[in-house]
Design a protein around this ligand. Structure first.
Ligand code: GTP
Ligand code: MG
Length: 245
């Protein structure tokens, strides 16, 4: 069948597309919805609207020749929505645990959020995000130091990268998702870490790697079952389609 040489060399414009689900959990008013809306729509609203149940947004980004679709699941932080935690946990490749840097009790709650999530999905990569850094920066230096030290202890136990962020002032927002992506696909990230107390911390190199040992925090469901949780982690298996540089 005759056809021109230019046609013969045309490559079909078909991209790989990978969808990865990421859950956002944490106490009420820590800033989960704000972070998700900022990341997807670049909008920040000072007014609080309580999330009733689960919010869901998607954002597509490009990585080499692959489209990555982030499917973000944001669970309302009020206790009454805890029965919907499986929607944000099961099937997620990473779970972002958010706490408000100005309210230490919300960091304390991360323990319980982590325990609950781990019981549903012990394969997801945990990421620890301190929110409202714009307010935290004006707080007492000793308080800042104490919080930062406690966050490091949590990160060690959870094996979770740490990111301090401000949605209001657009600090470290994109980086949260870059870190998530790099951990899910085992890619090398070249963003410099920020480790000095008082700065918007970004510590990710030693935490959340796929060769990580399982966490010390156990739950009754994980103790009673010797098989891994039945969740979809297909993006982690398909890392061969995306190589790190
Ligand atoms: N100053 C400041 N305020 C923020 C920031 N992020 C969120 N807020 C405010 O904090 C309040 C709560 O934010 P939301 O995003 O609604 O909190 P949430 O975690 O989704 O709350 P629930 O839906 O109840 O679980 C809102 O008034 C936001 O405007 C931030 O980075 N800095
Ligand atoms: Mg919300």
């Amino acid at each position: 069948m005759p056809h021109s040489s230019s046609r013969r060399h045309q490559v079909p414009d078909v991209k790989n597309q990978v969808e990865i689900q990421v859950g956002l959990v944490g106490d009420a008013q820590v800033g989960k919805t704000s972070l998700m809306v900022k990341y997807v729509q670049n909008i920040f609203d000072e007014e609080y609207t309580q999330t009733l149940g689960v919010n869901f947004l998607k954002r597509k980004i490009n990585l080499r020749s692959t489209d990555i679709v982030f499917s973000l699941m944001d669970l309302g932080g009020q206790r009454e929505f805890i029965n919907m935690l499986p929607l944000a946990s099961v099937g997620s490749s990473a779970i972002i645990f958010l706490f408000d840097l100005t309210r230490p009790e919300t960091l304390d709650s991360v323990k319980e959020w982590y325990r609950q999530v781990y019981g549903l999905n012990n394969l997801a990569i945990p990421i620890l995000v301190g929110t409202k850094y714009d307010l935290f920066i004006d707080m007492d230096k000793e308080y800042q130091k104490q919080i930062s030290n406690t966050v490091l202890e949590y990160a060690n136990v959870m094996n979770a990268p740490i990111i301090f962020s401000s949605t209001a002032k657009s600090i470290n927002i994109q980086k949260i998702f870059k870190v998530a992506l790099s951990k899910i696909f085992n890619l090398t990230l070249t963003i410099p870490e920020i480790t000095r107390t008082g700065d918007p911390l970004l510590i990710y190199k030693k935490f959340g790697n796929q060769d990580r040992k399982s966490s010390k925090i156990t739950t009754s469901s994980s103790q009673s079952s010797s098989s891994p949780a039945s969740v979809s982690v297909s993006p982690r298996k398909s890392k061969s389609t995306i190589t790190s540089s």
